[in-house]
Design a protein around this ligand. Structure first.
Ligand SMILES: [Zn+2]
Length: 350
């Protein structure tokens, strides 16, 4: 079984037991004590960054949100099937950022830029421009100003050192590449593009038509073929793609953290500096409603049961603590803390 941590991990630094005595599980959230932040840290990559409202700090690190798009109201209705308007309205704190007054869920597509001072890490790259997105035709052939917003945040494509994908769904790798003269080229020419090897191989198998789980339907296979052709293969051809092990340390203070369920090898990112901890969810927590109702999984999850189980364990672990949660599809205020709330949890934005 795969959990947050893994037996295959080289020397887990922090092991946290949780989940009750019947099924105790080991979790790794990185290494708060092993960091050597500041020692030999390189020159900050960008000193001229404009002041951004959508910026937060974790110790010495700055994390900035770069929005690709707000998803149109109604577009993802039904993605969490239990989230009927009545059920949504029952959870008062979802309004106004995460749900409408009439009980429809709100969603966003955005990236986070983690600037450690020594490296700039771009986590998840949205849908991209001019891509084929048969799963959501309305998002095909988009033309958004994502790169301009990245520039406004102070980062040119050349300054990105690592592009990190939490998983290989089309809305997380789109800006890996741009279309130039009818060819797809890596957007970030100086970056190492990181994908967890098992995740890569699963989706490559999907694209190639290998029999996998029942979740691997024809629509997802077609989407995955476009994803490789347009967003992954050009990075491979340019020699920029690194297939990394589970729970890989991307760079000092930025660690992949296994959170299976949405995809089999899905990873979130744990960010640590000076004893402070941030956690970028990826689609492990797809919508804030899953903080109040951890058992409500997305229809797009690879395994809804595993997703729900891991989510509850995680929320129990971080509730009422200092971990700052960065929601990957959270609309409005997307960063906050998990607080206990009458047998369940709520999200309190900062
Ligand atoms: Zn997503």
């Amino acid at each position: 079984m795969r959990h947050f941590g893994s037996d295959a991990l080289p020397e887990p630094e922090v092991r946290v037991e949780f989940g009750g005595s019947q099924h105790r599980k080991a979790v790794q959230f990185g290494n708060p004590t092993g960091l050597e932040v500041g020692a030999e840290a390189g020159e900050p990559v960008c000193r001229e960054r404009k002041r951004m409202t959508n910026s937060w700090t974790i110790g010495d690190f700055t994390i900035t949100q770069v929005v690709e798009m707000a998803i149109e109201v109604g577009e993802l209705d039904g993605l969490i099937k239990e989230a009927t308007p009545e059920a949504v309205k029952d959870i008062g704190w979802l309004y106004p950022d995460y749900a409408t007054e009439s009980g429809q869920t709100l969603w966003s597509v955005h990236s986070y830029v983690v600037d450690t001072g020594a490296a700039v890490v771009l986590v998840d790259t949205g849908c991209g421009n001019h891509k084929h997105i048969p799963l959501v035709p309305a998002w095909s052939d988009m033309n958004t100003s994502y790169l301009e917003r990245l520039a406004e945040a102070g980062y040119a494509p050349e300054q990105i050192d690592y592009v990190v994908a939490t998983h290989l769904h089309f809305d997380h790798v789109g800006w890996n590449t741009v279309l130039r003269n009818r060819h797809w080229e890596p957007t970030f020419p100086n970056a190492r593009y990181c994908v967890v090897k098992d995740e890569f191989e699963y989706f490559l198998g999907l694209a190639e038509g290998k029999p996998l789980s029942e979740h691997a339907d024809a629509d997802l296979r077609l989407q995955t073929r476009f994803l490789f052709e347009e967003s992954i293969d050009p990075c491979v051809d340019a020699g920029l793609l690194d297939l990394v092990p589970m729970n890989h340390l991307v760079c000092e203070g930025v660690r992949y953290t296994s959170t299976p369920g949405h995809t089999q090898f899905h990873h979130s990112l744990t960010i640590e500096s000076q004893g402070e901890v941030g956690f970028i969810t990826g689609d492990f927590i797809h919508h804030p409603i899953q903080i109040a109702r951890p058992s409500w999984s997305s229809q797009s999850d690879w395994d809804r049961g595993i997703s729900a189980e891991r989510r509850r364990e995680f929320l129990e672990y971080v509730a009422d603590g200092d971990v700052l949660l960065f929601g990957t599809h959270f609309a409005g205020h997307s960063v906050g803390r998990i607080v206990s709330d009458d047998n369940t949890f709520k999200f309190v934005a900062v």
